[in-house]
Write a protein that binds this ligand. Structure first.
Ligand code: GLP
Length: 252
């Protein structure tokens, strides 16, 4: 696991965008796993800048998003579809046919989940998976659980997650209770994983996830077992890291 600690959110966004840009430069046909939430917004803006200023090319890339709310239409501004088009896809040259986001409006959600998993396999698997982390340690929408078994599945969101997501909705009752999410197994099959965290509110959960017990109660703790994880932390999210590690750039 490689941990990069940055001065500020701008630094986190630059480091992360550089890693993604490097992946695309080396392997233009890369399969990218993408995330939503507040944390990757700066990274997406940097990728847009690199596309416009340095011709970063997405024309051969394929993307799979981690998750989508159930029952929120793709044209609803609160959907993760809308988020991704607004904050990234509309401003880069990725082909529409290569973009994949779970369909939370599917009549048969079980079938949708199975088809999503098959589509990832058919694309050759995910080369680089971007992840944020929830306050309870969730990745994608894999909430604290009793096992790490899941592939793409329907999730009942935790009360803590529903409260955290309420800031994106005008009324609490609008916040979705269910989502379709890649599972922990889907995420762990990615060749490289890039985990981001910003702000002091994530310091405890980052410490538990990276240095605590590996347990489905902190879903992100499974990442300790992945052979190729890069963690990019804005320094306030890194304050609980063991003091024995140097603070700027750390390899172990
Ligand atoms: C949601 C998303 C996650 C994201 C998390 C944290 O739950 N499904 O993928 O990591 O929010 O969001 P933020 O980056 O806004 O803290």
């Amino acid at each position: 696991m490689r941990i990069i600690v940055t001065e500020d959110y701008e630094g986190l966004s630059i480091e992360t965008a550089r890693i993604i840009a490097g992946q695309l430069a080396l392997i233009p046909r890369s399969v990218l796993g993408l995330a939503t939430g507040g944390t990757p917004l700066g990274t997406y803006q940097k990728l847009i800048d690199y596309h416009h200023q340095h011709h970063l090319d997405f024309s051969q890339a394929t993307s799979f998003n981690l998750d989508e709310y159930v029952g929120v239409a793709t044209d609803n501004p609160h959907s993760y579809h809308a988020y991704m088009f607004k904050n990234l896809f509309d401003a880069i040259n990725i082909h529409r046919k290569n973009i994949h986001i779970p369909n939370g409006m599917a009549g048969d959600l079980e079938r949708e989940c199975a088809a999503y998993e098959t589509a990832i396999e058919n694309a050759g698997g995910i080369d680089l998976q971007l992840l944020g982390i929830g306050n309870n340690g969730h990745i994608g929408f894999n909430e604290p659980d009793l096992s790490f078994e899941a592939i793409t599945h329907v999730v009942k969101l935790d009360d803590q997650t529903i409260r955290a997501n309420a800031r994106f909705f005008s009324r609490p009752e609008e916040v979705p209770q269910y989502a379709v999410s890649m599972g922990i197994k889907t995420i762990m099959r990615a060749r490289t994983i890039l985990l981001l965290a910003n702000g002091s509110g994530k310091a405890d959960v980052i410490h538990q996830a990276l240095f605590g017990e590996i347990s489905p109660r902190i879903p992100a703790s499974i990442l300790q077992l992945h052979p190729n994880v890069i963690v990019v932390l804005e320094q306030d999210a890194a304050t609980k890291l063991p003091k024995t590690y140097p603070n700027k750039f750390l390899l172990f």
